[in-house]
Design a protein around this ligand. Structure first.
Ligand code: HEM
Length: 114
């Protein structure tokens, strides 16, 4: 039962991360961006904690390198708001890249291909 709750919270936290990145990239006022930053931070933490819980509670850590890549993707999603604020690239492009990386992370979690 706790496994299902962990999986649901892991996915819910991922949704929170992308909602927050969307708001930081495309959102309007400074106060909205601040709320989005809080959502981003909390969601990232929950995503990592339940990800690690899923990994170790099911002895998946020895199954390959897929989860190392997921941690790298998590780091990239973590710095996305900084990239957005520095206007390194158009916000729509940044959001698209983040969504694509999220798709890769979801695939890695489901397929555990390597
Ligand atoms: C980068 C953002 C991430 C996204 C979008 C993401 C998304 C997902 C999704 C959609 C699943 C499949 C649903 C499930 O089986 O629960 C999954 C599974 C998994 N994720 Fe993540 N994840 C991310 C980061 C992480 C991180 C940082 C870890 C920590 C190592 C992690 C560990 C896992 C594990 C172990 C599973 C397999 C769960 C199982 O088979 O029961 N994920 N992830």
């Amino acid at each position: 039962m706790f496994l299902f709750i962990s999986q649901a919270l892991h996915v819910l936290a991922a949704l929170g991360v992308f909602a927050a990145i969307g708001a930081v990239c495309l959102g309007g006022s400074e106060s909205h961006r601040k709320s989005a930053s809080i959502l981003h931070g909390i969601s990232l933490l929950v995503l990592l904690l339940f990800g690690l819980h899923l990994l170790f509670s099911q002895q998946l850590a020895g199954t390959g390198g897929w989860w190392h890549v997921k941690i790298l993707l998590w780091l990239v999603l973590g710095v996305a708001p900084v990239v957005a604020r520095r206007k390194v690239m158009p916000p729509g492009a940044l959001l698209g890249i983040c969504l694509a990386l999220g798709g890769v992370a979801a695939f890695l979690g489901l397929a555990k291909p390597f």
